[in-house]
Design a protein around this ligand. Sequence first.
Ligand SMILES: [Cu+2]
Length: 504
Amino acid sequence: MSDNSRRSFLHRLAAGGAVLALGAPVLSACRSSDSTGSPDPDPPTPVDGRFRLRFAPEVSPSSLTLTAAAGTANIGSTNAAAWMLNGSLPSPLIRARRGDRFAVTMRNQLPQDLILHWHGLTAPEHSDGHPRFAVPPGGTYEYDFDVTDRAGTYWYHSHTHMHTGEHTYKGIAGLLLVQDAEEEALQLPSGARELPLILQDRRLDATGAPVYNNTGPAMMAGVMGAEPFVNGVHKAFVDVDSALYRLRLLNGSNARIFRLARSDNAPFVLIGGDGGLLPAPVTLTSMDLAPAERADILLDLRALQMGTRVMLRSLPFNMQGGMGFMGGANLQGQALDLLEFRVTRAVSDQAAIPTSLPPVSLPNAALSVRERRFVFESFQMNHTINGREFVMTRDDVVVPFGETEIWTFENASGLPHPVHLHATHFQVLSRSGGRGQVMPWETGRKDTVLLHPFESVRVAVQFTEQSGLFLLHCHNLEHEDMGMMVNVRVTTFPMSTHSSPTSP
Ligand SMILES: [Cu+2]
């Protein structure tokens, strides 16, 4: 056990009375960093028809080695093959402070090329995980940069071209939490009251193991499954106090959109999104979370009696203008019971829900010097942006560093597309078609925005941290793997001195 995970372990022991009170599950609080393949120290034991939630080991990004290899993971309902980093499903949770050095050695012991992308961090070009940097089996890759982003819920995953969907589904994905003084001043729930949660759907084979099948209808809709997974555990539950909890939620699914809600219909308070805290807290009874989007939520369980159970659900929905169920293969919009909270200890919790949040720096749309349009189309198993599929070495878009632009993402198809931009965050300005509005959970710094069928979304974009070659793509991972991605070159010189025949 590393020092860091031991600290985490002790912290959870101190704060996690609910865990201790139950006796046997003490080990469930242990977050081992053991990468030797020894027996799982944190098994998702069955209780009452569901399986105890597991937490990934916590690691620091300064001088970290992540070794990717195939192995076996206990998913609660069975043991299943998985591709893991340091033998952990999900991948280790990287906890950093703003200003930390991010020095990570990735060792690839998988049978395929691999590169990792730090989703939401504004890493320099060499460390951003562009697929042209993927290393072959047996190879290593060195990441080295300073964490400049504000506190927030970020994550990381494979970005190997044409294999991102498979790798992420098989387990190469983890959370990356950044802390800073500004956020710490809010005294949000921490330790055992902060739950990092990766929400995913999976399809199971006859043995009960997740199976990745990106053929047939999945080539249009993306890979989905009818079974809920949280932190790599099938049908998970977690024992909690009657207290205020901070949920760090990631939709780590390949293609499925969640409509999150409590089973008791009580509200929750959204305080953060993709790029850290929102400009103001938002009280909601449900919210949508598309693949790659994050939500930082305060879940108030203080009024609940011992023995109460509350489910974090994904509600059923129909997507206006959508392509429907495609012969029953498309599970989009079907209900899922994601995670059950079981109140096992009554406590008095004086934690406060903030009524205001620190100001957020966003691009100023009034300063825009240029507009661009990106049309996302899906037609007969082809997924294109402005009519083209990804080419590794082609500069599709050339953007001057520091200039503010307005980009329109236009969905010309009957499928949803979560659009993700590397190397900066953007502000969602407006939406036309479909829902016709900026949704209440889209107010802060965003790196991923969902387009429903035939929606157009306007965003303000400004690259203020990095120059170099980056990416804009659909985060439906099957769409991305089939080429719904463009290269974005951020230059350090003004547009007038450079012309690119391919720039839209
Ligand atoms: Cu897409």
